[in-house]
Write a protein that binds this ligand. Structure first.
Ligand code: GLN
Length: 392
């Protein structure tokens, strides 16, 4: 076979793709890969259809439609008090492209890039492909807090960049004010840039307003803030995301983006621009619906004997298998649950390259009531068979 790059030759298919594939193969309920089972907000679908009929389907400007770039700025001004101008926003084909483009633009051979584990699975391979070296700092369940000593110990003379994900996937936890301040302070002291993956910023259930790392004193010039329409509106397949940074940095990010995807589907950009202008109450309504599903799955899992870990954000709930009386590592549990119980999940140890906990599994709750109830029933029965067979 033609020789491929060793990073990709040795790479497995992502856990999300793999679990969704197994869910299809076994006809399982898919609580693995994170997506709502609804079609998407009707107003957004209608806006996209209208744009398809009435607007151009030819290349939009590479950095994104000006209307969408403005709408992103307005949205963040309204909801997070940020000052983001049109020039500061580069529209990408999903947050995954924004992650790739920003890593390619900011890291290269000789650089070390710090990431907190659990880390989204795209980070480390892209850091390596950029020629840089990922350096992991582990967070510990059940609360996954950021500790200054651990971060400081990972920073060395070659450290150039920090990957930060808040709210945190898969844990669903959020960084507190003191943690944000601590991280900002260390970035300033050691002159680090930050890729701040905030795709879950609008999926918070703790009633606390999201605060971007970008808004902390001194950070505006060193943070790339990544956002995602897929998460904000529950339209994951649209693959419309963006990266925001101070103008000089944004220009460089635009150079990386222009040779990855160049531009993203204009009808979807029009629809997202329209959607971002919806009043706060519209977003609150959507969040309430997700909160109800979250509550339903949490109570259901607890009733079925699962120990649900505390969290405050994202579409995910994590359970502690050991505390649920299940004597199986997470990967074995997920592998068996999709086949034997007909429920797909994500084993959290895949978010660690080394020394991660192996007792935590993630479930996505943005599903209809009947789907959640059926999944809970299946998982309850599955837990019974597991605890029976391992009881001594
Ligand atoms: N962000 C999604 C999740 O965590 C996965 C996205 C993907 O599969 N590319 O489930």
């Amino acid at each position: 076979m033609t020789k491929a790059h060793p990073i990709y030759a040795a790479m497995e298919t992502t856990i999300f793709e793999r679990m969704s594939g197994l869910a299809r193969e076994f006809g399982a309920i898919n609580l693995g890969q994170g997506f709502p089972d609804e079609q998407g907000p009707p107003e957004l679908i209608e806006a996209a259809a209208r744009a398809l009929r009435e607007k151009s389907s030819q290349y939009p400007p590479g950095a994104g439609l000006p209307e969408l770039r403005d709408a992103v700025g307005d949205f963040y001004r309204r909801r997070q008090g940020l000052h983001i101008a049109r020039e500061d926003v580069i529209v990408t084909s999903g947050a995954t492209e924004a992650i790739a483009a920003s890593i390619l633009a900011l890291a290269g051979p000789g650089d070390e890039v710090i990431l907190f584990q659990p880390a989204y699975d795209a980070y480390a391979p892209m850091i390596r492909r950029a020629g840089a070296v990922p350096v992991a700092v582990n967070l510990q369940p059940p609360d996954w807090r950021y500790r200054a000593e651990d971060l400081e110990a990972a920073i060395g003379p070659r450290t150039r960049l920090l990957m930060f994900n808040d709210p945190l996937n898969p844990a669903g936890t959020t960084a507190g004010e003191a943690e944000l301040a601590m991280i900002a302070q260390l970035c300033l002291r050691h002159d680090l840039a930050v890729i701040s993956d905030e795709v879950w910023e609008d999926v918070r259930f703790d009633g606390i307003a999201h605060r971007s790392l970008m808004s902390l004193p001194g950070m505006a010039g060193r943070v790339v803030k990544i956002g995602s329409a897929g998460k904000i509106f529950g339209v994951t397949g649209w693959k419309i995301g963006w990266m925001c940074a101070a103008p000089e940095l944004a220009r460089v990010l635009g150079r990386a983006h222009q040779f990855l995807t160049y531009a993203s589907a204009p009808p979807l950009q029009w629809a997202v621009a329209e959607g971002l202008g919806k009043p706060d109450a519209w977003f609150a309504g959507q969040r309430q619906a997700w909160a109800a599903s979250r509550e339903r799955l949490a109570l259901g899992l607890q009733g079925a004997g699962y120990a649900v870990l505390p969290n405050a954000a994202t579409w995910f709930l994590c359970v502690d298998l050991a505390a649920s009386g299940i004597d199986l590592p997470d990967r074995a549990f997920s592998d068996r649950a999709v086949r034997e119980a007909g429920v797909a999940s994500i084993p959290v140890s895949v978010f660690f390259e080394s020394e991660g906990p192996t007792n935590v599994v993630r479930f996505c709750f943005t599903k209809g009531d009947a789907v959640i109830d059926e999944a809970v029933e299946r998982l309850g029965a599955f837990r019974d068979t597991l605890t029976r067979s391992t009881r001594r």
